[in-house]
Design a protein around this ligand. Structure first.
Ligand SMILES: N[C@H](CCC[C@H](N)C(=O)O)C(=O)O
Length: 283
């Protein structure tokens, strides 16, 4: 099978974007894992597959696969790249797109300055929305670690669903945060039955944070859109952040806005980049 694709990124969180509308695409989990390899494949954090919508009032469906081949519910940086992709490929001329994802509907707006603003829906904190095993909802949950990690036997996390699951830790300095040691341990912690993305948040002031994210199924990325949303949502809920917060990630900055009302949408705005067009022959 000859597969055309476009390599894109959002603040260095990189994607192989595949048009599954004008070409017939059948990819196995194993093939996606092979394609994600940065030495023997295309190399990416996630693969995004664009498909026709299932519902008549939606414009597209797009599916998200991590580097390990796992299919997931949402991808913030990917949503922005998707919006640019379908317009660049003339699959639509609309600037406001209604899109189906496994995590629910998204509305994407391509702004005049070529940034993309995404209505990410409402953050959810109830443990079963992630899922996270806990007796009740709480601002912060204490997780016992299976073994002493980075000198810790337990950590406090806030849990947030942006369609996909996130655990957010407060740290004094993201540069010194034990991302490599603690990320994998929390990603696969037993209280997250479907694993979890792990955010390390340093609050600079009430409208600015630094963030690093160890992503489920991929590892640390240069940026994580849903991770930025989850971190700010948890900070606003805890009374630590304002309703419009800049998130500085290793790959650059996103703007997150949320009123703090549980039934109101959170918005993410940020850049998109196209790197190259490619074609690959698959068995
Ligand atoms: N690793 C995530 C999916 C990609 C999210 C991230 N790349 C973003 O921009 O939101 C998960 O397993 O839920």
């Amino acid at each position: 099978m000859l597969l055309n694709f476009t390599k894109m990124h959002g603040l260095g969180n990189d994607f192989m974007v595949v048009d599954g509308i004008t070409q017939r695409v059948r990819l196995t989990t194993e093939q996606i894992g092979e394609l994600s390899d940065r030495h023997t494949g295309v190399g990416f954090d996630q693969l995004l597959l664009v498909e026709p919508p299932r519902h008549p009032d939606m414009d597209f469906r797009y599916r998200i696969f991590n580097a390990d081949g796992s299919e997931v519910e949402n991808c913030g940086n990917g949503a922005r790249c998707f919006a640019r992709f379908v317009r660049d490929k003339q699959l639509t001329r609309k600037r406001t797109l209604n899109v189906e994802t496994a995590g629910g509907p998204l509305t994407l707006i391509v702004t005049q300055n070529q940034q993309v603003r995404v209505d990410m829906g409402s953050p959810r904190f109830a443990p079963d929305s992630l899922p996270f095993i806990a007796d009740e909802d709480a601002l912060v949950h204490t997780l016992a670690l299976p073994a002493t990690t980075a000198g810790l036997t337990q950590v406090d996390v806030s849990v947030v669903s942006m369609g996909n699951p996130h655990a957010v830790l407060l740290v004094d300095d993201v540069e010194q945060a034990p991302v490599e040691a603690l990320g994998p341990v929390l990603e696969s912690h037993e209280r997250f039955p479907r694993r979890v993305n792990v955010g390390f948040m340093q609050i600079k002031n009430r409208s600015r944070i630094d963030l690093r994210v160890f992503e489920r199924g991929t590892g640390e990325t240069r940026a994580c859109g849903t991770g930025a949303c989850a971190a700010v949502a948890s900070g606003i809920r805890r009374g630590l952040l304002d309703t419009r917060t800049k998130v500085r990630l290793p790959g650059g900055t996103l703007t997150i806005e949320w009123s703090g009302h549980p039934d109101e949408s959170l918005f993410m705005t940020g850049p998109v980049a196209t790197v190259f067009e490619g074609r690959i022959e698959l068995e």
